[in-house]
Ligand binder design. Structure first.
Ligand code: GDP
Ligand code: MN
Length: 376
């Protein structure tokens, strides 16, 4: 789970890393009050779990409280990389002499953590990394040793960071370990004209496997960030949002994954993975169908069932029941095979719908759904 910048900032502060004074709000009027409390000037920053906010216009410098209100009004509601801005953070502006980049990230391949650091931090870090890879230092961290002051000194020397960064790097490692993070990133770590280092932006990704001992993020921050995935989790559905246009529903993770491949093989892209499970009831089918249909990216839906424990007639009844409650606006292709397939197909035939059609094989069903999605 990713944290918001303001949550990362809070963790940094708790571990003794310098951060600017800041407050969060969802109201432009309150933004004006906050700017006043911060001394008048404020940096207004979109709180969205995606990078590149600066480049997208989601970070603005306001010269006085009235400007802070206007800037907050402009940024609230903005769309940044598909994320709607619901809150802004107002921070006391910091004079920047230079910007550095520091992070620790889990390197699953190497089975260790990686310290990544650069003396050329800021919004152009991706370009710097792509054009001049040697401007970005990568040093493996043995998780059993961690980042000692000596290790931090090694990172600082290799990346050409100022010596004060040793302390920041040691503390940032503590954030990673104590908070069960898989990624901690500061960009920019800003040097002020007074030679202080301040973390001006933070990203923290927590390890969901440790969420049981990070209760403070439970409730509000825990769980999926995607609204459809959150709705699915609330209904107990095994759903993953993907970026295509063919909605996919099946029973059994293996079958659903195969279905994704077959859809891709037909030249279309799956919009989701939804496994209604081995013993799925009609109600689960109805919930799943409603969820997939609510995704605006979905152009057609493919229901691929191989009846085992889940009998096809129960699935067919679920589809019929779903069509009573959900208005079908997209074509639905159903393939029923296995346990009670004949009965299931008959149930669908007894309840004809202009947008529902059946196919007898997985291949023909996927081809049809792909064609309907690309024609739409
Ligand atoms: P990002 O674009 O999502 O990474 O958002 P950041 O929080 O990193 O802000 C983008 C850029 O805005 C930073 O790299 C800084 O150059 C600038 N910025 C952010 N806060 C301040 C500040 O307090 N003072 C100044 N002068 N610039 C800031
Ligand atoms: Mn940044």
């Amino acid at each position: 789970m990713d944290l918001y910048e303001h949550q990362a900032r809070e963790l940094f502060a708790e571990h003794g890393i310098a951060v600017p004074r800041a407050e969060v709000t969802d109201s432009p009027k309150e933004a004006r009050e906050i700017a006043r409390r911060l001394g008048g000037r404020a940096v207004v920053k979109a709180q969205v779990k995606t990078g590149g906010r600066g480049k997208a216009g989601g970070v603005g410098l306001a010269a006085d409280p009235a400007a802070a209100e206007l800037t907050a009004r402009r940024i609230l509601g903005m769309d940044i990389n598909g994320h709607t801005v619901r809150t802004v953070m107002l921070a006391q502006p910091v004079d920047i002499e230079s910007e550095f980049y520091v992070s620790y990230v889990l390197d699953r391949g190497a089975g260790c953590f990686l310290a990544i650091a650069s003396a050329e931090g800021g919004t152009e870090i991706e370009e710097v990394a792509a054009r001049r890879p040697d401007a970005v230092t990568r040093i493996p961290i043995d998780p059993a040793q961690g980042v000692t002051p000596a290790k931090a000194g090694e990172i600082v020397a290799a990346a050409g960071l100022p010596s004060q960064a040793v302390d920041v790097l040691v503390r940032l490692w503590r954030v990673l370990v104590r908070e069960d993070a898989l990624l901690v990133e500061v960009n920019p770590l800003a040097r002020t004209p007074q030679d202080r280092l301040i973390a001006l932006d933070g990203k923290v990704t927590l390890d969901d496997n440790a969420s049981f001992r990070q209760a403070r993020w439970g409730g509000t921050a825990a769980g999926p960030d995607d609204p459809l995935e959150a709705a699915a989790a609330a209904k107990g559905l095994h759903y993953v949002k993907l970026d295509g246009e063919v909605g996919v529903i099946g029973n059994g993770a293996g079958l659903v994954m195969s279905t994704l491949d077959v859809v891709a093989g037909c030249g279309a892209r799956p919009a989701d993975f939804l496994d209604i499970g081995g013993g799925a009831s009609a109600g689960v089918m109805a919930d799943g169908l409603a969820l997939v249909l609510s995704d605006p990216a979905v152009k057609s839906v493919l229901v691929n069932i191989f009846g085992g424990i889940t009998a096809c007639d129960a699935v067919a009844e679920g589809i019929v029941r779903a069509l009573d409650t959900v208005r079908l606006t997209k074509p639905l292709v159903v393939r029923l095979d296995g346990n009670n397939a004949a009965r299931g197909r008959a149930i669908l035939d007894e309840h004809p719908h202009p947008l529902v059609e059946q196919a007898t094989t997985m291949d023909s069903a996927a081809r049809r759904a792909a064609r309907l999605a690309t024609a739409a």
